[in-house]
Design a protein around this ligand. Structure first.
Ligand SMILES: NC(=O)c1ccc[n+]([C@@H]2O[C@H](COP(=O)([O-])OP(=O)(O)OC[C@H]3O[C@@H](n4cnc5c(N)ncnc54)[C@H](OP(=O)(O)O)[C@@H]3O)[C@@H](O)[C@H]2O)c1
Length: 307
């Protein structure tokens, strides 16, 4: 029986996460295991001397995650990892974005031209849509988005089933400072506003990004679509975010406005937007509408934790 929009089949998919130990990758691994999918994390160092990383790997093992040694630059390790996967999710960082062609090559080799052996690929994006708001970015971010768009074209040219995830801002990067880029600390008496503070942006908690990414990655309705994570309650302007913080703390802040050219490399999301541009129903879906049962952390909830 066909399932309706957003209703994935109950069948489990073998999920491989590359970049599993990273800031967002660890949340994708946790969500995949929690949702009951046989999950493998490709890891460069299985016995790291760094204690935090060692504890992270132990948390993966405790969650039943299979740890597999491999490297983006070791082709045979990639093919071996990909061969046993139904879905490959990449959470590699910016310098490795262009080199995800290695993953595309590994997927092609693992399927061996067998059209019935489908491996879905979710390339590392996890920001603004590289072909919408991302296109308005300035360097060095512009090149990163161009690299992400080029990977989309390479995936499509290879005929690999795919899902793109545009999750907008990681809440953990922006909310603890109430959206300030400078200084990198919570505001006390005054708050720095880039631009005029009226542009709407979207904040999504990393655990919710993990959950919604995995839900979409195994969902037939999200195949060959761009999945945008735009929780309605988390779509706020910087002014609205500050007003919410003022309401919670009972303290009014002095506003210091910084002109565009001073912080040009960091401010495009706030000044020019791009996280709320209209979606195209033919190619885009919004994740919290597709999966309304996922109770996401709202900006309001998140700020309560900071009090
Ligand atoms: N929306 C936002 O606010 C936001 C913010 C930041 C980043 N992003 C985007 O999110 C994505 C992931 O970024 P991130 O900050 O989560 O990354 P990150 O924390 O830097 O993690 C990168 C991961 O890639 C792994 N890795 C690096 N080189 C590798 C190699 N040669 N082979 C295999 N694995 C390798 C690292 O493993 P090791 O542990 O071995 O180093 C780590 O697990 C990127 O597309 C980035 O542009 C979005």
């Amino acid at each position: 029986m066909a399932s309706g929009a957003g209703e994935e089949t109950t069948a489990k998919s073998r999920i491989l996460v590359v970049g599993a130990t990273g800031h967002i990758g660890r949340h994708i691994v946790a969500a995949a295991a929690r949702l009951g999918h046989p999950t493998t994390a490709l890891v460069r160092d299985l016995s790291p001397s760094d204690q935090a990383k060692s504890q992270l790997l132990q948390s993966f093992r405790d969650a039943g995650v299979n740890l597999l040694h491999g490297d983006l630059y070791d082709h045979s390790s990639l093919v071996a990892a990909v061969r046993d996967a139904d879905v490959v999710i990449s959470a590699l960082r910016a310098p490795q974005i262009p080199d995800q062609t290695n993953l595309i090559a590994a997927i092609k080799e693992a399927t061996g031209g067998d059209v019935t052996r489908r491996i879905r690929f979710v390339p590392s994006e996890f920001g603004m849509d590289p072909e919408r708001g991302g296109g308005g970015a300035v360097e060095p971010v512009r090149s990163i988005y161009a690299g992400k768009a080029a990977i989309r074209r390479a995936v499509e040219a290879a005929g690999i089933p795919h899902t793109y995830v545009a999750c907008n801002y990681f809440a953990g990067f922006a909310l603890p400072t109430i959206g300030q880029f400078l200084p990198m600390s919570p505001p006390v008496d005054s708050v720095v506003i880039i631009g005029d503070g009226s542009t709407k942006v979207v904040f999504v908690e990393e655990a919710d990004i993990g959950t919604l990414t995995v839900r979409a990655a195994v969902d037939p309705h999200a195949e060959n679509k761009a999945v945008h994570i735009r929780p309605a309650a988390n779509t706020v302007s910087h002014e609205e975010l500050i007003a919410l913080w003022e309401k919670k703390t009972g303290k009014k802040m002095e506003r210091v406005y910084v002109p565009e050219d001073v912080l040009l490399t960091k401010i495009q999301a706030y000044i020019k937007g791009g996280m709320t541009t209209p979606l195209d129903p033919a190619s885009d879906v919004e994740a919290t509408q597709l999966y309304p049962d996922v109770k996401y952390t709202t900006v309001d909830d998140y700020l309560d934790r900071l009090l």
